[in-house]
Structures are given as structure tokens and as C-alpha cells.
Design a protein around this ligand. Sequence first.
Ligand SMILES: Nc1ncnc2c1ncn2[C@@H]1O[C@H](COP(=O)(O)OP(=O)(O)OP(=O)(O)O)[C@@H](O)[C@H]1O
Ligand SMILES: [Mg+2]
Length: 257
Amino acid sequence: MDEAPGSVEVGSGEPLVVLDHVNKHFGDLHVLEDINLTVRRGEVVVVIGPSGAGKSTLCRAINRLETIDSGTISVDGVKLPDEGKALAQLRADVGMVFQSFNLFAHKTILENVTLGPTQVRHTPKRQAREQAMALLERVGVANQSDKLPAQLSGGQQQRVAIARSLAMQPKVMLFDEPTSALDPEMINEVLDVMTDLAKDGMTMIVVTHEMGFARKAANRVVFMADGRVMEEATPEEFFTNPQTSRAQDFLSKILTH
Ligand SMILES: Nc1ncnc2c1ncn2[C@@H]1O[C@H](COP(=O)(O)OP(=O)(O)OP(=O)(O)O)[C@@H](O)[C@H]1O
Ligand SMILES: [Mg+2]
């Protein structure tokens, strides 16, 4: 059970997301400093690190919500486009789930999930509805499909947000602290959905402080601090034998409570 899902074949998957010497500044702040990172198809990478490390900026750069100053980022062999149709295509290929659920408040749960496929992928309405209902079933909220987001719990809304991303049939899913705005009793229902996704072979980059998830679902842990990747290791290696003092310090703080 401790074996990370797909850990045997992971090494052989082809590179899906590749960051090569990526740099980004916010004014004087070097927020991403020479980041080199390869995520292979089917791999689950958990990114952890202290506040301000650049984890969200990294995710946002991969989805081209932030520009970078130098270096390259490519997804499935294609360098991130600057704008236009190619950018819309990239956004469809790279799903993103944020801390805040960002559902369309005035649309039903079902409409939230069908909107992207019908408008961006030009999926026929009926087919989009069928696929959306199957996804809502998968994340356990199919019986809420006619409600508005505000009528659902935070955990349910976040599961809808995951279904909405999946509806675009993304090649990779980014999660930026998807459970940190949730009440404790709702965290596991979201993590369970994510763990199932990982088991199903979805390529995932997950920023989280949920170390249980990292141990259970990650093939690799990337530890960031001060805009840099300080360590990359399997969860087992990282949690039992962190190499840098920054990582040791970080782990001692989060693992004691
Ligand atoms: N739009 C922005 N303009 C200026 N500075 C920014 C901007 N966005 C982020 N920063 C700064 O960049 C640094 C990295 O921010 P980022 O949000 O990527 O960190 P993080 O690792 O996600 O932190 P947290 O764990 O708190 O979410 C921080 O010092 C932050 O203040
Ligand atoms: Mg962040």
C-alpha cells in the first residue's frame, strides 16, 4: 500500500511538462531562480516549501497565467504560446485547481462543468452533459448537479472544480493548495478524489501541505525555498532523510503539529 501509484512505470513515461532554466522576477525579487523541472506522463509531483517560496508562481507560470523572464516551459513538447488560440488550447490542456474554488456563482453545478467543453472544445451540448454527469459521479456530487455553487459545502465545491477541470480532458492537472481553504472534515474527501486521479494515471503537480497525501500519492517531492528547487526526492527519501537544512527546518516545523 505504501508503494506510490504507478511508481514502476513512471521513470519510462515521456517528459510532459519541462521547465528549463526558468527565471522570473517581481521587481527586485527573484521569485523563480533557474528552475529546471521535468514531470513525466503519469507522474505525481508534490511541491512543498515555506510561504513565499514561489510555489504558486511556478504553477501560474506553467499555465501561462504569469509570464517568465527567461528560460522555457513546454507542455507535451510545445513551448508555451504567448497568446491567442494556442494559449486557449494550452489552458485546456493544463487544468488548474486553486485554493478558492472559482466556480461560476450564477451557473448550476452541471453548467459549471459543461461550459468549458461546449465553448472551448466545441463538444455538442448533449455529449458535454453526459460527460459532465459522469465526472460529477466520479467526484461524488452528481446528486447536486442542479444546485448553485453557494448551496454546496466547500469540499463539494472543490470536487466540482476538479470535475470542471477534468471535463476539458487536460494532459496535466495543477493543484495549488486545493484543501487549505477547507474545514478539516472536508479535506479528506478532496484528497481522496485526488488520490484516485493519481491512481488512474493523471499527470499531476500538486502544491500542498498535506504530507499524508504526499507520502501516499506522490512519485516525487520537490522542495522549494527562496525561488529555488532545493531538493527533489521520493517521498520516502525526502521525509526520512532531507538533505538541506532548509528542508530539515521546514519539516521539523510542519511535522511537529
Ligand atoms: N503579482 C505579484 N507581484 C509582486 N510580488 C509577488 C506577486 N505574486 C507573488 N509575489 C511574491 O513572490 C513571492 C512568491 O510568491 P508565491 O505566491 O509564488 O509563493 P508561495 O510559495 O506560493 O507561498 P504561499 O505558501 O504563501 O502560497 C512572494 O514573496 C510574493 O510576495
Ligand atoms: Mg501559494
